[in-house]
Write a protein that binds this ligand. Structure first.
Ligand code: SF4
Ligand code: SF4
Length: 392
């Protein structure tokens, strides 16, 4: 007997175009790509406004209620938008770990060790756009968005099924964990939307338990002012005293909640070679060197990487705190040198804190001198408090 024929309808033109666009994305160096429609993110708007009202994004001054509302409606950006292509590059590269060379070293977040992803992603997205135009044979109106408050990037990627929200509020992408940097192409093309992934963290709370500062105040909710990524990068002034001991050896960003996540541990290696550190100073810089580096040295070492965002003074400030956390009495002279002679009062003040924390015979005279003679009142106060702590 002849089996009845099962008729499978051929893929629609829209489906075929969508599949082709995804292949073009891979050819353009984008590790992942998925599609959602250009409709508004209605449910997200009150959530964002609630975070702002609760002070969870305090310090990110550009993230205003107006900006939050704007970012939830992609057609505010591009009235002709029909689809959004969520794309990403995977950045986990092999890591030999901190060398055991007796040098006190800081730690830079993995995404910031190699090329600055903003430029790299945009370059690849533009290349993809050119290929799409060649494919469809007409100009395609597009916006290219990378890490901008003009669109809710993780929400776009989640609705497109690129990944799902972890309780640390990063997007978890199958096969890559959260080691993916996201971008969005808003297009006037009608593409076939993908379905969101039906996955979640289940009962796991590892990242909530392991966050050094308790910044993950509840599932899916990070209190930015407590987060070390905020404090080491966006914070331009003093790091709050209660946060300083919790900073450990992080001098730019923090990866703890991602490192401990079981999904992240299963991420593929190696990823994009563009994210490999150029030198040890791009991953595990010497803390003494960070405290002594000049502007030209800073610019040369971190040229083309996200670390420039922290500025030399911010990185040296973080190095002082990290040395106070992981250093020993032998590190007192370099902190005393920074307290006496660093050109930035912000760095001298944090060096005073670190000296108070390490204590020892040489710390006290350096602090006494700064308390009396430093030209900056803030540094004199830091030295005064540090002397009290060195006594206790
Ligand atoms: S980046 Fe670090 S400080 Fe921020 S939430 Fe994650 S573990 Fe906590
Ligand atoms: S550590 Fe656990 S709770 Fe946190 S994001 Fe990963 S799976 Fe979710």
């Amino acid at each position: 007997m002849v089996a009845p024929l099962t008729l499978v309808p051929p893929p629609s033109a829209r489906r075929r175009l969508t599949d082709r666009v995804k292949r073009l994305a891979a050819e353009a160096g984008l590790a992942v790509a998925a599609v959602t429609d250009a409709g508004p993110f209605v449910e997200l708007e009150p959530v964002l406004l609630g975070h702002i009202a609760a002070g969870r994004v305090a310090g990110l001054d550009w993230f205003t209620p107006e900006r939050a509302s704007f970012s939830c409606a992609p057609r505010n950006l591009q009235p002709t938008a029909r689809s959004i292509l969520a794309v990403g590059v995977a950045y986990r590269v092999p890591d030999a770990g901190k060398p055991d060379d007796g040098v006190p070293r800081g730690r830079i977040s993995r995404y910031a060790r190699g090329a600055d992803y903003h430029g790299l992603l945009k370059e690849r997205m533009r290349a993809l756009h050119a290929r799409i135009e060649a494919e469809v044979g007409r100009p395609v109106e597009a916006r290219f968005l990378v890490d901008t408050a003009r669109i809710v990037d993780r929400a776009v990627a989640a609705r497109a099924g690129l990944g799902w929200y972890g309780k640390h509020s990063c997007l978890i992408v199958p096969g890559h964990g959260s080691w993916v940097l996201l971008g969005e192409l808003v297009l006037d093309l009608e593409l076939e939307p993908d379905a969101p992934l039906e996955r979640d963290c289940g009962r796991c709370v590892i990242c909530l338990d392991k966050c050094p500062t308790g910044a993950i105040v509840g599932p899916y909710t990070v209190d930015a002012p407590r987060c070390l990524s905020f404090q080491t990068i966006e914070q331009r002034g003093a790091i709050p005293r209660e946060i300083r001991p919790l900073l450990g050896d992080w001098v730019y960003g923090c990866d703890v909640c991602q490192e401990v996540c079981p999904y992240t541990g299963a991420a593929k290696e190696p990823a994009d070679p563009a994210f490999a550190p150029r030198s040890l100073a791009n991953a595990y810089p010497s803390l003494a060197w960070l405290l002594r580096m000049g502007e030209a040295e800073f610019r040369e070492t971190y040229r083309g990487t996200p670390v420039l965002r922290a500025k030399r003074r911010g990185l040296a400030r973080n190095a002082a705190v990290a040395l106070g956390n992981v250093g020993m009495e032998a590190d007192v002279p370099v902190l005393a040198e920074a307290l006496a002679g660093h050109d930035e009062p912000l760095v001298r003040g944090h060096a005073a804190w670190a000296l108070g924390r390490l204590g020892g015979r040489e710390a006290r005279p350096a602090l006494e001198r700064a308390r009396r003679l430093d030209p900056d009142e803030g540094v004199r106060v830091e030295a005064e408090v540090a002397l009290g702590e060195a006594d206790s």
